[in-house]
Write a protein that binds this ligand. Structure first.
Ligand code: NAD
Ligand code: MG
Length: 380
């Protein structure tokens, strides 16, 4: 029996994780955590019977405590609650499906308690990869990627020595605005940006896919997960989202992982620590698909990718500033306070104004995140 705790159980990845667990006899839910959707969390508690549940919002935690008083589930609140849930004794694996840098501290709590991490939360490795990777090694825990691209690389790597890897080829759909030029993006509305051609995901990551910031975050994440420098990570646009990523080996051979766009596969693969199990769902039909096409990303129009790569090369605290500036900009865009292209302007201006701290600690990263938010709020 694998005992699983999920941070962010009410979101896109969280609910798909529960769907996978509900169909397997040897997977069990021990802990759940969400931000504020206690109606869904209550339903999940009644269906999956976890021992612990945590709610980010303290007031909502109290409300949930009253609602589920008839069950055996203990309810915790706030950051302390998320961290306690992440480190709970009764679990083996922690799924980090929470959105944003708020995921860093609970992830660390999970690692220090010896939990394997099924990692969906990108922000953790992007901003604190230099802390998380050595820590995982020290505590002997595995970081199992959930993101489809990193899972594809993890799957393609199966059995190969990391010395045999020459290059990672990360695929991208190109997002809903692929093929458009900068002038054509000036009047993009929130609704247009929320329409992803192939994947159904949370709002923030859907906007990040439209700006290619998401691909940038994935490159930064891949660098840490697979210990590769940026010169050996290439982004390839593959609009049908059938190839989820590839590895080019030193002999020129390439291994790719293909499948229909369904996050339940990478989620299940991570939950079983890299073992394959039956999964229902649509299979890839090559004849119906007809063709798979490729192109280079348009780095001039979609500045999210080159800005991310620049932040990653500079390193230290710059990836935190890149990520925090993007989080705030996406929030402002979703609230219709800025225009689509302003997202790039905000990221670039904020990065240019930052003096880099080498090797920032967790507290420095979190302080810098808040400072970055405040700076942008006062200016935009
Ligand atoms: P989502 O917005 O659908 O869900 C986010 C979850 O985080 C929700 O359960 C929410 O309650 C929880 N949360 C938010 N703030 C919280 C807080 N303060 N305290 C406790 N919980 C809080 O997001 P998502 O699309 O599921 O993405 C989650 C993470 O996984 C992101 O980092 C994203 O980049 C990554 N990811 C998602 C996908 C995808 O297909 N959706 C693919 C790859 C990676
Ligand atoms: Mg992805």
């Amino acid at each position: 029996m694998k005992r699983i705790a999920i941070l962010g159980s009410t979101g896109s990845i969280g609910t798909q994780t529960l769907d996978v667990i509900s169909k397997k006899e040897d997977l069990e839910v021990t802990g759940l955590a969400a931000g504020s959707n206690i109606t869904m969390l209550e339903q999940q508690i009644r269906q999956f019977h976890p021992k612990l549940a945590a709610v980010g919002d303290e007031k909502k935690a109290q409300e949930l405590r009253e609602r589920v008083a008839d069950t055996d589930c203990k309810i915790l609140g706030g950051m302390e609650g998320l961290m306690e849930m992440a480190a709970m004794e009764a679990s083996d694996i922690l799924v980090t499906a929470i959105v944003g840098m708020i995921g860093i501290r609970p992830t660390i709590a999970g690692i220090q308690a010896g939990k394997d991490i099924a990692l969906a939360n990108k922000e953790t490795l992007v901003t604190a990869g230099h802390i998380i990777m050595p820590m995982a090694k020290k505590y002997g825990v595995r970081i199992l990627p959930v993101d489809s691209e990193h899972s594809a690389i993890f799957q393609a790597l199966n059995g190969e020595s990391s010395r045999a890897v020459h290059k990672l080829l990360i695929t991208a759909s190109g997002g809903p605005f692929r093929g458009r030029k900068r002038e054509e993006l000036e009047n993009i509305q929130v609704e247009d940006a929320l329409k992803h051609p192939n994947w159904s995901m949370g709002q923030k990551i859907t906007i990040d896919s439209a700006t290619l910031v998401n691909k940038g975050l994935e490159v930064m994440e891949a660098k840490w997960l697979f210990d590769m420098d940026l010169d050996h990570i290439q982004v390839v646009v593959q609009p049908q989202s059938v190839i989820h990523s590839m590895i080019e080996f030193v002999d020129g051979g390439i291994i790719a992982q293909l499948g229909t766009p369904d996050m339940r596969l990478p989620i299940q693969y991570a939950l079983y620590g890299g073992e394959r199990r039956f999964l229902d769902g649509e299979r890839l039909d090559f004849a119906a698909l007809g063709s798979i096409t490729f192109e280079n990303p348009d780095m001039e129009t979609f500045r999210g990718l080159p800005l991310a790569m620049q932040a990653s090369r500079i390193g230290g605290s710059m990836p935190t500033v890149f990520n925090a500036a993007n989080e705030k900009a996406v929030e402002l865009f979703l609230k219709r306070k800025i225009r689509f292209l302003d997202i790039y302007t905000i990221i670039e201006e904020t990065m240019n104004a930052h003096s880099v701290i080498k090797n920032p600690g967790v507290e420095e990263i979190i302080t810098l995140e808040q400072e970055t938010y405040r700076k942008i709020e006062s200016r935009w």
